[in-house]
Design a protein around this ligand. Structure first.
Ligand SMILES: Cc1ncc(COP(=O)(O)O)c(C=O)c1O
Length: 460
């Protein structure tokens, strides 16, 4: 047995790394990543927008963990709310009972979410929320006398989760197809509203939103009576922080309504202030028939997700029409208490307002980096932003994801104290409590790190 797990006292850093490398399978990583990949760190504490690693080095948490620590790190009051509820009643059966925090959280979400979304189904995270939304949509049609409506339309480039249904509707599935295919039957994918690399080689507004109209073509071709739902993030994070042009969402909403197709808005990343409004849907007065939530719902203090449903959706489940779906941890009482405490902080500190103000500042700072030869596009809304990196601005040639250039950039960012991911798009999604000084520091770090990459590799 490894030395590190035999001892009772806290092992030193190298012993911890050795134990973690041997016994911990880090998500989306190779075995022994902790030992072999300098990008994997052991983080030990956090406060606000900052985190510290085991070596004592401090970083700005540029992605808020994995796009979710919206209220910021070190919030003792959320921890206390969780502990209080866990000490009173941590859990009650998700099928035979419920709890006070679950009812209070559902009621609070009904107040906060767009339009008449009024009923919450709780689960443990984003993938479960998407699975649940798909099942609710299909069962809705079944109970409404249209059992053949089972197909789901997603969009290329989108990510909706790692479980089978969620992975199947994700537009990133070609990456996992060699290992995990075949996927769920009856899923189709439309073009995203990705103006920088438009599938139709058009530009807005001359395109007249061909990408939205393509969804209608797919619905018509498939036979509308076989289509259950369209699923899409209002702003696609995994697609590369794709902010759709004005008119896209009203058009897509109209298309779904015309064909009796439910619209599932996936706000797992977009929700809870991330884009400078409580929900990204609010930018376009968009109301999904079903909306999926997770991440910022508890700011990462407890694993919890939710599916919000409009009245016409849940009304299909009245009388003897039971939902054929259950999750043991759905509505976990202590997780609900943590989410409620998180939302109280949002209100008291006006985190959504701060996201809007700091988002503007971040956007202006990042736009100032467009003169770098490798910055092809700068886009985003609120504190969800991205820099699209290219080898050449005219050809828009992409960097290899595992190439030397992006490795230099990633190392430069971390050395200067910024944690984020580096790929074709450099994403930013920091805690919403971030300060102006920290926003300026993010921009300065990226500026210096881009210059380092460009000079090291003779770019531009
Ligand atoms: C839009 C979206 N939906 C769903 C998910 C899945 O969430 P989880 O990883 O909590 O299962 C993610 C995860 O990043 C996401 O970005």
């Amino acid at each position: 047995m490894n030395e590190a797990v035999e001892g009772t006292s806290l092992p030193n850093e190298s012993a911890l790394k050795a134990a973690g490398s041997e016994h911990l399978f880090i998500h989306a990583s190779s075995h022994r990543a902790l030992a072999n990949d300098s990008g994997k760190r052991i983080l030990v504490e956090g406060r606000g927008a900052l985190v510290k690693d085991i070596e004592g080095k401090e970083y700005i948490d540029g992605l808020a963990g994995l796009w979710l620590v919206n209220a910021g790190h070190g919030r003792q009051e959320i921890a206390d709310a969780y502990a209080r509820q866990a000490g009173t009643l941590a859990y009650a059966s998700s099928t035979q009972a419920t709890t006070i925090p679950a009812i209070e959280l559902a009621t609070r979400l009904a107040e906060l979410t767009p339009g008449d979304q009024a009923t919450a189904f709780f689960c443990s995270g984003g993938s479960e929320a998407v699975e649940s939304a798909i099942k609710i949509a299909r069962q809705f049609h079944y109970f409404n006398g249209e059992p053949k409506r089972s197909k789901i339309i997603g969009r290329r480039g989108s990510y909706h989760g790692a479980t089978y249904g969620a992975m199947s509707v994700s537009g990133t599935r070609p990456i996992s197809e060699p290992y995990h295919g075949p996927f769920m039957h009856g899923v189709l994918h439309a073009s995203p509203p990705y103006c920088y690399r438009c599938d139709f080689r058009q530009s807005f507004p001359g395109c007249d939103l061909l990408c939205a109209d393509q969804v209608e073509q797919i619905i018509n071709y498939e036979n509308p009576k076989t289509v259950a739902a369209v699923i899409a993030e209002p702003i696609s994070a995994s697609g590369g922080i794709v902010v759709p042009p004005d008119g896209y969402w009203p058009r897509l909403r109209e298309i779904c309504d015309r064909h009796g197709v439910l619209l599932i808005t996936d706000e797992v990343i977009n929700g809870f202030g991330r884009t400078g409004r409580m929900f990204a849907s609010d930018h376009w007065d968009l109301v999904g028939d079903i909306m999926t939530l997770a991440k910022g719902l508890s700011s990462g203090y407890a694993p919890i997700g939710a599916v919000m449903c409009r009245p016409h959706v849940v009304e299909a489940f009245e009388g003897g029409n039971k939902l054929s779906h259950l999750l043991t941890f759905g509505g976990h009482a202590a997780a609900c208490a943590a989410a409620l405490a998180n939302l109280e902080i949002f209100e008291r500190e006006d985190l959504v307002g701060n996201a809007q103000r700091m988002g503007l500042r971040l956007g202006q700072g990042l736009s100032g980096l467009s003169s770098h030869p490798c910055v092809g596009d700068v886009r985003g809304l609120g504190l969800l932003a991205g820099l699209e990196l290219v080898k050449d601005k005219d050809s828009k040639e992409k960097f290899a994801e595992d190439g030397a250039e992006l490795k230099t950039l990633g190392e430069g960012l971390a050395r200067r104290g910024l944690l984020t991911r580096v790929g074709g798009v450099l994403p930013l999604s920091p805690p919403l409590c971030i300060t102006a000084e920290q926003v300026d520091k993010i921009v300065a770090i990226i500026d210096d790190s881009l210059t380092e990459m460009e000079t090291t590799h003779g770019l531009g």
